[in-house]
Write a protein that binds this ligand. Sequence first.
Ligand code: HEC
Length: 195
Amino acid sequence: MKFLRKLVILLIVVLVAAGAWAWSGIYNIGADAPHWKVTEQVLAFVRERSIEHHAESIVSIPDLGNPALVKLGAEHYHEMCTGCHLAPGMTSSEMREGLYPKPPNLTRFAPDPAEAFWVIKHGIKMSAMPAWGKTHDDHKIWAMVAFLQQLPHMSVARYQSLVNAPAQAPSPAATSSAPAAAASTAPAPAPASSR
Ligand code: HEC
């Protein structure tokens, strides 16, 4: 009984101390002040296990090699994701440099499809990763997952052609110069836009 009472008192002291510490404002919430190594490891463990656990139930995965799906995904990725996750030909961005945790460079590895689907749909708390499921249906999210499978070995030219393609047909520059030289093979070699 005595032991239990001591334990309760200790617990109260710890809680009051923690409350006082939080109230004091000493904690530096700045994104440019990294966590301790151990905090980082614990957070990474919680994040990875949570994603793995929640992605387990995602079993009906569409055909990720479908070119139309990849193209749709490329268009959405180009519009919404490159500032944080980069694209072929990009080495950094002004937003990315200041983010903590730093978004993974998705031109370097292809994430597991089910896990990527879950993360894109639901986002990640207390990080900059938004829940895109609030504004995008599952089909569009799978499209981005399909695109991400190809991104790591995608050339700048192929990326450009995927994301520029909607503007291809009406482009006056392409129609005036293309027929003479490259008529036979390539369906319009993406007008060299540099971004
Ligand atoms: C404002 C920045 C930001 C934007 C925009 C953003 N993300 Fe993220 N994303 C993050 C961060 C930060 C993480 C890592 C969070 C962490 O480590 O806790 C992340 C993680 C991910 C992961 C998990 C990668 C892994 O390690 O397995 C995927 C997949 C992903 N994002 C895809 C996307 C896609 C697709 C888009 C566009 C629709 C997007 N993100 C837009 C910041 C962003």
